[in-house]
Design a protein around this ligand. Structure first.
Ligand code: FE2
Length: 279
């Protein structure tokens, strides 16, 4: 699927952009399914948790409980001072996560794509294990920033193997908060590690190398249907969306079964929900 030139580009830059990877029908099916999940979501289910006294622990619990399930998360700016949604629910959700690719037939069909399996192989994943999926809305006006980070922070393996598959479901532009990345930045060190210890999570600082800035980062604008694959060490970021249009995207994170998956990663799979690849 990938040419030798594309593979060389991936090794050099740490990412590759593949326009037209998914067609309009595949995108429409995923968008419709996401809309249905949000429609069925009762905000009180999570609001009850968020109104407990210990806000941070409560939000951690809602997050941690989404590891092997399907849950909706609100944008940080979704609620006004009165505690009510400022926009309709469908325009207030930040993302759906984190196991739709295994638990939902529509998301699973999008993920189990022979073309995708081939790209993963071409990028060096001998036996891919897809640990996480996220449907990201980047809502108009309130779509939140995702600060600079590396995905290997969340999926630690020895050696590092996590690879990200990022699908544009709408045109991603500088205006509506497209990805930014530092070409070649995947050759730098892992800066942080996200550690789960039971019901507690923390970020461990590993390296003081600064995050990129405008002088070295490039915007990865992408038309709907584009697949962007990137290396687990590639620093990337996306700006808030202050524009009137959303920027839906879908991401998958896969590691290689030939590496050692850390027992301290926040997502663990057992025999009840075995981790699978793209086949
Ligand atoms: Fe990321």
């Amino acid at each position: 699927m990938l040419t030798a030139e594309q593979r060389t580009g991936y090794d050099r830059d740490g990412f590759i952009v593949l326009p037209g990877f998914k067609d309009a029908a595949q995108i429409a099916a995923l968008r419709a399914r996401a809309e249905a999940i949000v429609d069925a979501f009762d905000p009180n289910e999570s609001r009850a948790i968020f109104t407990t006294r210990d806000q941070e622990r409560a939000s951690d619990a809602w997050f941690l409980g989404s590891d092997n399930t399907v849950r909706c998360f609100f944008e940080e700016e979704a609620f006004g001072a009165d505690g009510q949604l400022r926009q309709p629910k469908a325009l207030s959700i930040n993302k759906i996560g984190h196991a739709m690719h295994d638990l939902d037939p529509v998301f699973s069909a999008f993920t189990r794509d022979p073309k995708l399996a081939q790209v993963a192989r071409d990028l060096g994943l001998v036996q891919p294990q897809v640990y996480q999926s996220m449907y990201i809305f980047k809502q108009p006006g309130i779509g939140g920033e995702v600060r600079w980070h590396q995905d290997a922070t969340f999926f630690d393996t020895d050696p590092i193997s996590v690879t990200t598959f990022w699908f544009a479901l709408e045109d991603a532009t500088i205006d509506n908060g497209c990805l930014w990345a530092e070409p070649g930045g995947h050759r730098g060190p892992l800066r942080e590690r996200f550690i789960r210890d039971g019901d507690a999570i923390r970020m461990e600082k590993l390296d003081a190398t600064p995050w990129p800035d405008d002088s070295t980062a490039v915007p990865l604008e992408a038309a709907a249907g584009t697949l962007i694959c990137f290396h687990g060490l590639l620093p990337h970021y996306s700006a808030p969306n202050r524009s009137p249009v959303s920027r839906h995207a879908f991401t998958l994170h896969a590691t290689d079964a030939g590496t050692v998956y850390s027992a301290r990663n926040w997502i663990q799979r057992g025999a009840d929900l075995p981790v699978r690849g793209f086949d």
